[in-house]
Write a protein that binds this ligand. Structure first.
Ligand code: GDG
Length: 516
């Protein structure tokens, strides 16, 4: 029913038209994300089973998909894996296969070594390689083709994140009947940084295939609007971008590359907006109340030697998360004697992530060297100062760690939202515990009652740690109570509903706004 074609100068386009009964696959709602919401489990006898992954996105979207009936298009997660579509909990899962060279060029390369650092304030230098870009084009076209194969006429399609920024325009080109939403989970960079990208205009135009483009923070929206004006020379008014059909008006025929994809069809308005993602606060609250989770939290504290204060960091091992900065602050507090390991122990859970990308290998070495140095200076035979855990944990264990922690250290240098901060708050129904939170996270916009820090200011982080260690129970309770109210009222269900409601009414065909 659908095919990937190579158009003009080698840029892939998507072909596939809805049949007269409405679409090629008949689904009314399609989610497309880099990964499928399942993990592959292989038994000893070689039998393969797929288990629902615990991610927030699936929790948010599962009820919507069950209600509307829907398909989820994504990569199964291992190179070369070809999957027949299958049903899982009321949704149809549709795998997009990536070859090993594509995993290297598209995923590890363009996604994780070009876009990820570029969109996170160039904390490490982004690499620009034309072959990676070509792979990004080809893989985005394959995802778009898979969506075309599923979406019924007039279906709503929700595209997720930086791996798939060309998908909206590719979809619009072959399926103008679709209502297309895009949500960017990571920050959108300021134009001075974004302008470094050799394919900046194609990315902006790829996104503009959507009717609605959602971001975590107002700053991301402003940065994107500026990129529309500067990179694509399009007019904006408020958060509305006017996409004129210049190429077709000029009789130029179908676009020849990713460049002009957004400009096909009639003149349209595209809306950008802020939709801060959240968690299933009620589910985590219930998990944290479970007797087995509470018992496990007590066991963790006792295994740590029952220190007065347990400090916790829990992140993917990623240079955006500011792990080295928090270790530096904690290490200096021990050096100066302001803290002792018997008083305050740090647990740093650093989940393995992107282990084949150079910068991640380097970070791991650095973090492990610093942990080794702190423990060399401050551990005793029976008591390390930093418990460093390079593992992934089941959800229950994550909840037990949150419950066990008196102080949660969330110190990213840049983070779209940061769900860990919200999860910590959700687990503290006892209104105890203190969150130290970087102001460079999306979560800081909502959790103003945390102890906010600039992670680059090591003295400031040290002061916040000392303050959190010595905080009065009353102050901790006041802060926690206000943060819990916020996440209870703004949970992931509200996030999904507000995005999909806005998508349903997003501006469709219209005159573009007047120039700036
Ligand atoms: C991106 C954006 C944005 C972590 N270790 C384990 C584990 N986790 C779970 C946490 C949390 C999730 O992973 C991490 O979410 P974050 O939001 O903190 O960070 P990213 O992975 O960078 O996510 C971010 C997010 O997308 C959503 O839009 O907030 O800004 O960068 O849920 O609990 N879960 C389990 N075991 C672990 O070891 N089960």
């Amino acid at each position: 029913m659908c095919a990937q074609t190579i158009a003009g100068n080698g840029s892939p386009a998507v072909d596939g038209r809805p049949d007269e009964n409405g679409g090629t696959g008949g689904q009314g709602f399609v989610v497309v994300a880099n990964r499928l919401p399942v993990e592959r489990l292989e038994a000893a006898d070689g039998a393969v089973r797929w288990q629902r992954s615990p991610g927030g996105l699936v929790i948010a979207l599962a009820p919507v998909m069950r209600q509307r009936g829907g398909a989820w298009v994504g990569w199964p997660g291992s190179a070369g894996e070809v999957l027949e579509p299958f049903d899982s909990d009321g949704m149809l899962l549709v795998g997009v296969a990536l070859s090993a060279p594509e995993v290297a060029a598209f995923y590890q390369g363009f996604c994780n070594a070009t876009l990820w650092p570029l969109y996170h304030d160039v904390i490490v230098p982004p690499e620009f390689h034309r072959t990676w870009w070509e792979s990004y084009l080809a893989v985005n076209a394959r995802f778009a083709a898979a969506v075309v194969g599923q979406a019924g006429a007039g279906a709503s399609v929700w595209v997720h994140d930086y791996q798939l920024q060309l998908v909206p325009a590719m979809l619009r080109r072959s399926r103008p009947d679709l209502r297309i939403g895009f949500f960017n989970h990571i920050p959108f960079p300021g134009y001075e940084l974004f302008a470094q990208l050799p394919w900046r205009r194609q990315i902006v135009e790829g996104l503009l295939g959507a009717d609605l483009i959602g971001f975590q923070r107002q700053g991301d929206v402003s940065n994107f609007l500026r990129a529309c004006r500067r990179a694509a020379k399009l007019p904006t008014r408020g958060a509305v971008i006017g996409v004129a059909d210049r190429e077709q008006a000029a009789g130029a025929g179908p676009p020849r590359s990713g460049r002009a994809l957004a400009r096909v069809g009639e003149a349209r308005n595209v809306r950008a907006g802020t939709f801060p993602i959240s968690i299933d606060a009620a589910e985590l609250d219930a998990l944290a109340r479970r007797p087995d989770v509470r018992a496990r939290a007590r066991e963790i504290r006792s295994a740590l030697g029952d220190p007065r204060v347990v400090l916790l960091g829990a992140d993917r091992l990623d240079y955006t998360k500011g792990i080295l900065h928090r270790l530096a602050a904690y290490g200096e507090l021990l050096d100066s004697g302001q803290l002792t390991p018997s008083e305050a122990v740090l647990v740093q859970a650093a989940g393995p992530s992107r282990e084949r990308v150079d910068q991640y290998m380097r970070l791991r070495e650095e973090v492990e060297a610093v942990v080794g140095r702190i423990n060399g200076n401050h551990a005793t035979l029976s008591r390390p100062a930093v418990h460093y855990l390079h593992h992934s944990y089941p959800r229950e264990e994550m909840a037990a760690l949150y419950v066990a922690a008196d102080v949660m250290l969330v110190t990213p240098l840049r983070d779209g939202m940061n769900l860990v901060a919200k999860e910590y708050v959700a687990c503290h129904f006892d209104e105890r515990g203190t969150l130290i939170l970087s102001e460079f996270t999306g979560a800081a916009d909502e959790l103003g009652s945390a102890l906010l820090v600039n992670p680059h200011d090591i003295e400031g982080v040290k002061e916040a740690i000392v303050r959190a260690v010595r905080i009065s129970p009353r102050e901790a309770q006041r802060r926690m109570r206000s943060m819990r109210k916020r996440i209870r009222e703004h949970d992931v269900h509200r996030w999904a509903t507000s995005f999909l409601d806005a998508l349903a009414t997003a501006p469709g065909p219209a005159e573009p706004p007047a120039g700036p």
